[in-house]
Design a protein around this ligand. Structure first.
Ligand SMILES: *Cc1c(COP(=O)(O)O)cnc(C)c1O
Length: 426
């Protein structure tokens, strides 16, 4: 160890400082769920996070979704570096936004026009306003346990945002706003039918595959039923594909299930690890944003050049298909082997390169099921794996992701550690 190495602050020391500066010591709540205190990261490469404590963790959190290629892939890094030479904020249009929008509209079937914003939260907030402006209706139907970001409308009964803090809806959301949101359980088409018939619903917003209450899959008839019902009641259908876009397939969940929404929100992967959000959909609807329409949206950082280049570079890699082949294979092997290892009652929900394990339950098809799972057992798995230098999310209500960097060797290494850990859990 050289001298410099010894002066680097360790996680515990940094944590003591962070607690003095940030609410709960962090800037996004889930990060505080790593106990007894979160490790601090020095750098990331491929499937690995390197901590300030000198640990090398195999990472299955991957920034909570965006890093489908793994950490700092050269293909993306080079493009960001090139853009840095040219400057990174102009407040004018750039050709880069056209390039990324072309990529998105060529892959996401229902996307004709695009508005770039800076986060998934901003995207769903703007999409909801757009739907209300377009339909001249007020109410929004959402599903319990679906997360659409940290704004007032999204936070009504919102998955990981709710359960971890023992409130159905965040404090501080006005009663008047809660009253504009109708709630159904996921996979309950009768409820959707009833609400659409009874209420003046501007839009149904949903995660076409749930990724914020663990992974929960839609029944095919549920998705097709919602599409038919929203059409017949003249409500819009918003797919929040902030996690699933470019993840479950290059065309998102809509491509996989062949159900096409009116509006789609994107984020995470399309920024290649830099901040981004997008609202995409039928031209006739997206045109209602200012300046062509009367639904206001604006942003100093909208279509940020660095996010644009990182997004373009990431999608260019995804177009080569190998990332999906590697990431999906990694998840498939992990799921199959974990199924074999766990002897106690459990279920695993899995699609493409995302999955989650629920202990103590036979099936999880909505948020109520997810809440019945033994999350203490899941947390034990997380803690024991972290000791073995494998990082899975510190919450039952997040998703385990794999990436194009999770090669066979890394998966085999993970399986050896899992065998040991699950042996103790059984
Ligand atoms: C992550 C996420 C969001 C919020 O995106 P941010 O960039 O964190 O604001 C919204 N919807 C879904 C489905 C998400 O997974």
């Amino acid at each position: 160890m050289d001298k410099r190495r010894c002066t680097i602050l360790k996680s515990e020391e940094l944590w003591n400082q962070a607690k003095q500066l940030f609410a709960g010591g962090v800037n996004s709540p889930v990060r505080a769920s790593v106990k007894p205190y979160p490790f601090f990261t020095e750098r990331g490469k491929g499937a690995y996070i390197y901590t300030v404590d000198g640990k090398k963790l195999i990472d299955y959190v991957l920034g909570y979704g965006p890093l489908i290629l793994g950490h700092s892939p050269d293909s993306v890094k080079i493009k960001i570096a090139e853009q840095l030479e040219k400057g990174w904020l102009f407040g004018t249009p750039t050709e880069l936004e056209i390039k990324l929008a072309r990529k998105i509209t060529s892959h996401i079937p229902s996307a004709q026009k695009v508005r770039f914003v800076n986060s998934g939260t901003e995207a769903t907030m703007a999409a909801i306003r757009l739907a209300r402006g377009y339909t001249n209706r007020n109410k929004i139907l959402k599903f319990s346990g679906n997360y659409h970001g940290a704004h007032d409308y999204g936070l009504v009964e919102a998955g990981s945002a709710a359960t971890e803090y023992n409130v159905a809806t965040s404090k501080g959301v006005p009663y008047e706003i809660i009253n504009t949101i109708e709630i159904c359980e996921y996979n309950d088409i009768q409820c959707v039918d009833k609400k659409l018939r009874k209420e003046d619903i501007a839009a149904v917003i949903m995660e076409p595959v749930m990724g914020n209450a663990g992974v929960i899959l839609p029944e095919r008839e549920f998705l097709s039923g919602i599409r038919e019902l929203t059409k017949s009641y003249n409500s819009l259908l918003i797919f929040d594909e902030v996690i699933t876009g470019f993840r479950v397939s290059i065309g998102g969940a809509q491509s996989l299930y062949q159900i096409y929404p009116d509006i789609t929100t994107l984020g995470k992967i399309i920024g290649g690890g830099l901040p981004i959000g997008a609202i995409v959909g039928k031209a006739e609807i997206i045109e209602n944003f200012t300046p062509s329409g009367k639904v206001f949206n604006a942003g100093t950082f909208n279509a940020h050049p660095l996010s644009m280049v990182a997004g373009i570079a990431t999608i260019e890699e995804l177009e080569k298909e190998y990332p999906y082949i590697i990431a999906n294979k990694a998840a498939k092997i992990l799921v199959e082997e974990i199924e074999r290892m766990i002897k106690i009652k459990h279920t695993i929900n899995h699609i493409s390169s995302m999955f989650q394990i629920f202990f103590g339950v036979d099936q999880v098809k909505n948020y109520s099921d997810a809440k019945r799972a033994n999350k203490e057992y899941y947390m034990k798995l997380h803690e024991m794996l972290l000791k073995e230098e494998v990082f899975i999310p510190p919450s039952q209500y997040e998703t385990i992701f794999t990436s194009a960097s999770h090669t066979d060797d890394i998966i085999n290494n993970t399986l050896n550690k899992l065998k040991k850990v699950i042996g103790e859990l059984n």
